[in-house]
Ligand binder design. Structure first.
Ligand code: ADP
Ligand code: MG
Length: 696
């Protein structure tokens, strides 16, 4: 474990391995495909496949799989062994170029949102050469894109790659206007910070709600929650430390740049942050991280919870999507520059982002919408469902001075006449941290903080890349035609800031005042998933994505259907789990306890002379609550009877939210009251206190 450099990437068919194992001409042909997307000839693929197979077998692999990102939010794999029959009744180990490049999984059971009918079950997986193959579970995994027979994208990877192309194209136009001739590509970079909970596996297995839904559907808060703020950055408990060490070493083997580990705010909550990398690789790596977290936890007798809100009353888990744009020559375009030209370029990209976030606030909101994340957004632990941007006071004042054409005074009170090409030097750390902002500038990148912990980061980055590509396109269309670049650039910056500054908010996003102010500013507040999702199929959204070739109209509709259905199904499963826990465990617990109290009461009465106030009042309380429990259970069961899918999807989802989910909240309230009164020995499953403090 001490030799991390040789451990790192040891399970990845990376550039070093390619150089070692591929003939020079093959290596060059493959690199060309990787960097320029050129067609890969079958004879080249055959050689690459063979080299991959030998390398993988030396590392203990027996199978290969095309590894892809269907629209479930997780990853999919179907393993095939390398074996092929030989004439003499024996076998040979085989992996062809064809099998490397393309697969044809029967995809009829993966969601397609109507893009593929079951009888056209065929889907294709196509090697994404920009992401390295790797070995996991003794299986060679080939990262792939997944599409239907007719060429529609059935996955999250394909539109992500398309969105990266869109922003690359438009950002390059801008760079050329600033005289940059050395860069050939603009890539987006992402560093996703991943939050999670760790609890004891035995406890986990005693909670059907955690098993089926990933969150607790009942539970009273423990006597101690997060109020002492003693868990955040606290020292790691030995079992947690053991888990983290093992997790990191597994991730390093897979080439994932796991960098930072720490305890988070809630008890039993932790975080892992990687070093940022190119977006599509960051997406692959984040999916792997979540998967490896679960399997390593299992090995340690732990359960890793990735749900956005496993426990009511303490913080849920999110994912922070740190995002920037960088050239292939290594220049971060969101880094304030040194020279006047660099400054102007930085400011132009900055206002492009301001405009993109303002123009497409609804779509960014959509990209973080799910049943799980509805518990967090706006619940005083995560940004509200209102999109806004934090720039920090200094940068905001600079932009205001540019807008007004006034003198700007820096912190040392030095007045300065500034313009778009003359900026004061401002140190990065003046963009002080605002933890409440959904979209914060943190010195040389933006941090999009609305995402839920379980999300694939593909979706939010597809929206972000495309929205920014669109604004850069609008800018480039104007600036390429101008006769006076400097003047029109200055005008564009002033004008854009003026029109879109309503999206900038440096204050406390958790406050009620902000909700009121945001309304006045005309910002949208799409509180739930059901409110947010329809904007995805709006004319504006369809125009944006089709214009940049990121989604076709039918691909947008399919995703809308899938997201809505997933919302409904998630809540349906939760409701069914609640009903079964109430019937199978909670009602019996109430009966047992009442029985015990009634017997005792009887005995005391028959002996005479004893004070029976405790037993009788407790019995009465439980009996009262039990009848309320029964009423609310019936209400939920009635709502579930109405759960039918004949209606139009939006109508259905609205019923699920206002009928089923509302009934679940009511039912939970009574059960939680009962949990506080019923004797522990009768309560069938572990309490919050036990779950949250189970790992030592
Ligand atoms: P926080 O204070 O929010 O926890 P950290 O500094 O721990 O922030 O993490 C910041 C994350 O941002 C890391 O994953 C880091 O790699 C990532 N990051 C840094 N620079 C960039 C960049 N240019 N593009 C994308 N992500 C970046
Ligand atoms: Mg962060």
């Amino acid at each position: 474990m001490n030799d991390i450099p040789s451990l790192f990437g040891s399970m990845v068919f990376n550039d070093t391995v390619m150089q070692e194992r591929l003939p020079k001409d093959i290596y060059r042909a493959l690199k060309k495909t990787m960097s320029q997307g050129t067609h890969l000839e079958l004879d080249v693929a055959n050689v690459v496949a063979n080299a991959m197979k030998s390398w993988a077998m030396e590392k203990g692999a027996t199978h290969f799989t095309h590894w892809f990102h269907p629209m479930t939010g997780t990853t999919a794999e179907k393993h095939d062994s390398f074996i092929a029959p030989a004439n003499d009744g024996k076998i040979i180990m085989e992996f062809s170029g064809k099998a490397l490049i393309q697969g044809e999984p029967d995809a009829s059971s993966l969601p397609s949102g109507g893009l593929r009918t079951t009888f056209e079950a065929r889907g294709y997986t196509i090697w994404d050469t920009t992401s390295y193959a790797f070995i996991k579970d003794e299986t060679l995994c080939i990262p792939t894109a997944f599409c239907s027979y007719s060429g529609d994208a059935l996955d999250k990877k394909t539109p992500l790659l398309r969105s990266m192309e869109a922003i690359d194209k438009q950002a390059m136009r801008i760079l050329r206007l600033f005289g940059n001739t050395s860069a050939n590509r603009v890539l987006t970079t992402v560093g996703p910070e991943q939050e999670y909970f760790l609890i004891d596996k035995e406890m986990f297995l005693k909670r059907p709600d955690l098993i089926y839904t990933g969150r607790t559907l009942f539970g009273t808060p423990p006597p101690k929650g997060q109020e002492l703020e003693d868990h955040y950055f606290g020292c790691l408990k030995p079992r947690v430390f053991g888990f983290m060490k093992d997790l990191e070493s597994e991730l390093w083997k897979l080439g994932v740049l796991a960098k930072t580990r720490h305890n988070e705010v809630a008890p039993a909550q932790h975080e892992l942050a990687p070093v940022f990398t190119t977006t599509n690789i960051a997406v692959d790596h984040n999916q792997l991280t979540m998967e490896v977290m679960k399997s390593v936890a299992n090995r340690h007798g732990l359960a890793c919870l990735l749900h956005e809100k496993p426990f009511a009353g303490v913080n849920g888990s999110g994912k922070h999507n740190n995002w920037s744009m960088t050239t292939d020559t290594g220049i971060n375009l969101l880094e304030p520059g040194e020279t006047p030209y660099e400054n102007a370029q930085f400011i132009l990209f900055l206002v492009a982002l301001i405009k993109a976030v303002d123009d497409y606030q609804d779509l960014l909101r959509v990209s973080s919408a799910s049943a799980g994340n509805d518990h967090r957004l706006g619940a005083n632990e995560a940004p509200p469902a209102i999109m806004s941007m934090f720039l920090g006071d200094e940068l905001t004042e600079i932009l205001e001075a540019i807008e007004a054409g006034t003198v700007y005074c820096n912190k040392q009170k030095h007045p300065m006449q500034i313009g778009v090409t003359v900026l004061p030097h401002f140190p990065k750390d003046t963009t002080d941290r605002n933890r409440t902002s959904p979209f914060a500038f943190t010195g040389n990148k933006f941090e999009f903080r609305m995402l839920g912990s379980k999300f694939s980061v593909a979706g939010p980055n597809i929206v972000l890349n495309t929205a920014v590509a669109e604004v850069l396109k609008q800018f480039a269309d104007v600036l390429e035609e101008t006769e006076n670049f400097k003047m029109d650039l200055a005008l564009m910056i002033k004008d854009t800031f003026h029109k879109h500054k309503r999206i900038i908010f440096n204050g406390n996003n958790y406050s009620d005042e902000w909700v009121a102010e945001a309304k006045q500013r005309g910002l949208s507040n799409l509180e739930t998933t059901v409110d947010a999702l329809p904007t995805f199929v709006s004319a504006k959204s369809i125009e944006l994505f089709t214009k940049h070739g990121v989604f076709s109209e039918s691909e947008i509709h399919s995703r809308y259907e899938i997201l809505m259905e997933s919302y409904c199904k998630t809540i349906h499963i939760e409701a069914l789990t609640m009903v079964s826990m109430v019937n199978g465990e909670i009602i019996p617990a109430c009966i047992d306890y009442q029985n015990e109290l009634a017997l005792l009461l009887e005995r005391k009465k028959s002996c005479g002379g004893y004070d029976i106030s405790l037993e009788s009042s407790r019995l009465q309380q439980i009996a009262d609550l039990s009848s309320r429990l029964l009423n609310r259970l019936s209400a939920l069961e009635a709502a579930l009877l109405e759960y039918k899918r004949g209606q139009e999807i939006l109508e259905h989802a609205t019923f699920v939210r206002d009928g089923v989910f509302a009934a679940m909240l009511e039912l939970r309230l009574v059960v939680d009251e009962l949990e506080m009164l019923v004797a522990k020995k009768h309560w069938r499953f572990p309490s919050y206190a036990e779950l949250l403090y189970s790992v030592v």
